[in-house]
Design a protein. Structure first.
Length: 428
């Protein structure tokens, strides 16, 4: 180990392609997050499903093309961040790295409590990062094998969780249908049938739980904060903690491997990226279409579980497909001004990620637009946010080298105040 102290990446040393990918992922993440931010229908539009409806068309496109994949790409890039943070074996490398992880956790809590978005991922990234430091020098093959094992284990856990619950719901549905047909049920059977009725009620905006959520999310900032904290602790921490940590670790390990292999840096051939896009979409698109059509044809009944069995496979495949396509377009110089926008948004990745939550809080709670817009309209809001953040980022980067959130993260991680302004160019 050398005595060299760690230092952040200088603006001139940044890899443009990583910023482009990060910007693309951030734009895509908003497409997913905005449903939870601005609607009581975060999972799907109000039933029944109507073919040709703008909202259900958006649901189908989201389910087939974007569900889980933008977060997957974002997580891959966080894996590269582990390597970039520890690229120099400085005397304080570990200190800097672990302070960064703790700061990500702090930003995540701020996102939940201040910006009122309980679907935050930064906290989980910070926790996951604490465990991945030891893998920074592992070979790409080792990283990919570990990621594969984690994803297989996560898929097996998902099936083990989904199938028994679905079978219980199926039994409850049969009993509820029999009761509706006039059959007299025992007390135990009536209780089971009631589980089916309550499950269907939870899918409507008139359910008691939906009514409580509406009251909380329209009751002022403190009330929304209480809802956000409760949702995060109950759904994310208590319900999905292990799944999210394992999933994040797997995708970060893949990101580390792809960075070491030169894939994420744009160093590989056009053929490699074309094969990634073609192979990823060849696997992911048919699976996603099958899942969406199966759920649709079954009326999104809570006793259908099989569509969740392939989630990790199709999510990974679509993530690789998107990654290959964007890298192929970037390598061909075909992204043009859109690519410049992605790059600017990506350079201020942390600021823009938190900024999306802040903008949503202002729009939906400050201006009272929560639950007043359909899914298609919410995607229209996304486009407006993209344009705003691209223009803001381009103008901001003319004077400053890093965003305010990045400045705070680096200042705490490196234990010294960082410079935000661009270095002056002195004519020779």
């Amino acid at each position: 180990m050398t005595d060299q102290l760690s230092a952040p990446v200088a603006p001139q040393d940044r890899l443009e392609v990583l910023d482009v990918l990060r910007g693309f992922a951030l734009c895509g993440i908003l497409l997913m997050n905005i449903m939870l931010m601005g609607s009581s229908r975060a999972g799907r539009p109000a039933l029944p499903a109507v073919a040709g409806s703008p909202d259900w068309t958006v649901w189908f496109v989201q389910s087939v093309g974007f569900e889980g994949t933008m977060r997957g790409l974002f997580t891959l890039l966080f894996g590269t961040g582990i390597l970039l943070m520890t690229r120099r074996d400085g005397a304080d490398t570990a200190d800097v790295y672990f302070r960064r992880c703790l700061m990500l956790m702090a930003f995540g809590l701020a996102n939940v409590l201040v910006f009122l978005f309980p679907g935050d991922i930064l906290f989980m990234y910070g926790v996951t990062g604490l465990f991945l430091f030891v893998f920074r020098k592992a070979r790409p093959r080792t990283l990919l094998v570990l990621a594969g094992v984690l994803l297989l284990a996560l898929s097996a856990k998902g099936i083990a969780d989904l199938r028994p619950h679905a079978l219980e719901m199926r039994e409850a549905r049969v009993l509820a249908e029999a009761q509706a047909a006039g059959r007299i049920l025992s007390e135990a059977e009536r209780e089971k049938a009631g589980n089916w009725t309550r499950a269907l009620e939870r899918q409507t905006t008139e359910s008691p739980r939906a009514a409580r959520e509406r009251e909380q999310r329209t009751g002022g900032w403190l009330s929304v904060m209480g809802w956000s904290w409760t949702w995060w602790t109950q759904v994310v921490v208590a319900g999905l903690l292990i799944d999210i940590l394992v999933e994040s670790a797997a995708f970060m390990l893949i990101g580390m491997a792809l960075f070491k292999l030169g894939v994420l840096t744009g160093e590989r051939s056009w053929r490699v990226y074309a094969l990634m896009a073609a192979g990823g979409y060849a696997v992911g698109l048919p699976l996603n279409i099958w899942e969406a059509v199966t759920d649709w044809n079954n009326g999104f009944r809570p006793d259908v579980w099989i569509t969740g069995a392939t989630y990790q496979l199709d999510r990974l495949a679509m993530t690789i497909g998107h990654l290959g396509l964007v890298l192929l377009l970037w390598k061909a110089g075909a992204l043009g001004r859109i690519g410049q926008g992605f790059r600017a948004i990506g350079r201020l990745g942390l600021t823009n990620y938190l900024g999306q939550s802040a903008i949503a809080a202002i729009l939906f709670y400050g201006f009272g637009l929560w639950d007043r817009l359909g899914w298609a309209q919410l995607w229209g809001v996304c486009v407006g946010v993209w344009v705003f953040q691209a223009l803001f980022s381009l103008l901001y980067l003319r004077r400053f080298s890093i965003g305010p959130a990045e400045w705070l993260l680096r200042s705490v991680a490196y234990g010294r105040r960082q410079s935000m302004r661009l270095a002056l160019r002195v004519a020779g």
